[in-house]
Structures are given as C-alpha cells and as structure tokens.
Design a protein around this ligand. Sequence first.
Ligand SMILES: *Cc1c(COP(=O)(O)O)cnc(C)c1O
Length: 436
Amino acid sequence: MQFYSTNGKAPMADLRKAVVKGLAEDKGLYMPQEIKTLPKAFFDNIQDMSFRDIAYNVASAFFGEDVDGDALYDIVADTLSFDCPVVKVNDNIYSLELFHGPTLAFKDVGARFMARLLRYFLCSQNADKEQTVNVLVATSGDTGSAVANGFLGVDGIHVYVLYPKGKVSPIQECQFTTLGQNITAIEVDGVFDDCQALVKSAFMDEDLNKALRLTSANSINVARFLPQAFYYFNAYAQMKKKGLADNLVVCVPSGNFGNICAGLFAKRMGLPIKRFIAANNANSVFYEFLQTGEYLPRPSVQTIANAMDVGDPSNFARIFDLYGHSHAAIVKDISGTTFSDEQIAETINDVFSHTGYLCDPHGACGYRALEEGLDADEVGVFLETAHPAKFKQTVDAIIEGDVEIPAPLAAFMQGKKESVPMSKDFADFKQFLLKA
Ligand SMILES: *Cc1c(COP(=O)(O)O)cnc(C)c1O
C-alpha cells in the first residue's frame, strides 16, 4: 500500500517509510491510497468472531500487502492482550470501555501496535548490522505512558520520554518513570513546549542523525492511528449480538481527533455506523468548524478533561482529506458538542448517582453528547477513553468519594521513580544522547 501526504507536495511512501518517518517531507499527514471495503460475509458473521479475528481482518486491509500474514496476526494478537467491552449505562446508551490495557487508556492499542510493527520492519531489514532505533517522545502526560508501555521490552528499540518537571500528575509520572529496561524518562526543567522543542531539534540535528537512528512515536503516525479502527468493529459486533446495531450512533471524546478519524475510516470500510458525534470540552475549534465551515485554530485552554486540551487538532487534515475537503460531506456524518468543566462535572455526578456508572472527565463528554443528541430510534455508544482512576483527584472531588485504584495502576505507583534531569538547552540533550 502506498501512502500520500495530505499536503500533496511529498512523494508517495510505502508503509515502512510512513511508519518510520511518521510525518511526510512536506509536513503533511500520511493517508492510505486506498481504503478497502470489507466483504458482506465479514459483516454477516462479525458477531460470532473474536476480537482478534475481527482486528486481523481490518489490519489485513491496510497492512496485508506489506506485512506477512502470520506476522501480522501475531502483531494483532500481541497488541490486543486485553478486552474492549461494551457496557450498558442507561436506557439506550452504552460505554465502550477502552481502558483495560496497561496504562488504562485507549492509546495503549495504537502504541502497542506501532511498537510491534516497527520491530517487524527492523527485523526484516538486514539483521546482521542491526542498530538500535531510538524513539523520542515528548509528553504532557498520557502519550508518554502509552508509548513507554507499548514499547516496553521490545528488542532493538530504546524509548526516551521527555516530560516537563512538576507538570504531570504523580499517577501519570509513575507510568513512565518506573519501567526501566529500554525506557528512559527525561525530566526537563521547563514546560511541555520545551520538551517538544528538544525532540524537534534532535530530529533536525545532523550529528545526531549520523550517529543514531531516531524516530518518533507521535500520534499522527499511521501505525498508531489506524489500529484504533479495530475496536469500532468489535463494538459493532457486540451491539449486533445484542440486536442493537441497526441505528448506531458512536460518540468520541476528541482532542487531536485521531481516535474519531479511525472510526471514520471504519465507516468508509463498510462498518454500518449511522453517524458520529465528536464531543469536545471547552476547546471547541472543531465544533465551530462544523457550525461555520471555517477552521480557526487557536491556543488551547486548560480543562478537567485535559487530554482533549487541543487548539489545533492534528488529524483535522486527515478528516478534511477523507471527505474531499467538503464541509457539507463532513456534517452529514459528524455532528459536534462542546462542554464546560461545570457541565462535565455535573455529568459525572448525575450519571454516577442515577446509574452507578463512573465516567472519567473525557468519557463524561461522550455520555452527555449522546444524552442530549440521540433520537428515540437510535442507540448510542460512547468511547470511555480512560479509567476514572487516572483522574482520581478530579473525580474524587466531584463525586465526594474515593475512586478505587485498579491493580495495574497501583503497581506502577509502588515502583521506584527513575528519571534523568535535563535542562531545556538542546546542547545538553544532544550530549546526553550521544553518550547514551
Ligand atoms: C488522547 C486522549 C483523548 C483524545 O483522543 P484524540 O485521538 O487525540 O482525539 C481523549 N481521552 C483521553 C483519555 C485521551 O488520553
């Protein structure tokens, strides 16, 4: 499969290049040249298939030409070592729980798949002169933990997670500073933008690129975003088994819009989802685009659903491209909502007291959008993108309770924190990498 750039000024790339490079030369995002429709027989039988088999069929459509079939099956099976169940919350609203992976958030799926696909490409290169590949990732919290855990223990790859000192929550920090092995956490004396600047400078630095193999595990990478389509198909299968899949509305709490973009790809592959809702917090650039047709990015504002604090969603370019740059086509498939922190808190409280189901601040946006926007004949599924314990302080205060910390998260918190202190000066970071 060939991949083109959304900016249209870079040469086509094969899968290997798209995965290793991440971003095209013209700074555009890679798009697959073709989106295959899956056959009717697949949809007829989907409710009786395992998650792995469903995912393998979806993966084959994108990666089957470039990855050996058995290897692809193993990559899929190894990625999906946990479930993504659909759970009933209220009359016609269901939660697709994407937080049963190692870091309790949906990003585990993409990060794990990408680590294994990258490893596959490295192995199939000339194995005799194998050189470690160094993955650099800047994080404000959630991405670092998903990438670090996704790549943990994968041979031939070393991950450097750069994070701003004192700016990530203790729960987030322990998920990438306690791992050891092939993961190095770097605590930068600065803010998130400084971390991102260090990573960008490293990719552009000639000496570093001569001495080391460097790559990024950014969320715009096709190997991270496309595998997210797996669980949309699996959610449909679960709803079909319940006899509830005829008028399905899927609502996705969105920040950089990679997750919903994977769902839109699934629909393009033939998955019978009637329509999508993109739920935003106060960062409502996409919501406004839907209303006005104008895309006006601006700096993000801080909210209690902070993984969605994005003022210029990177995957907007993919969605715009997928719909042929047509606002009219986009609004046929997607509607939007925007909620304030007060509304998010109120929703967490209401849902918990009326149903006993505890949403995290991101999932709460998804629930509320369905509650306000479903027609009587529709059934809604919202993506519960993280476990509420990941946002324990916020959620505890809202429900005046004490959210139980699941065992995997508690295990991280028991670990010993190890990180390398670093200034925000690129020369220091460069020295460190060259000596590592
Ligand atoms: C990353 C993240 C989101 C936003 O996902 P996008 O793909 O960036 O739209 C939503 N919720 C949680 C918990 C996240 O970590």
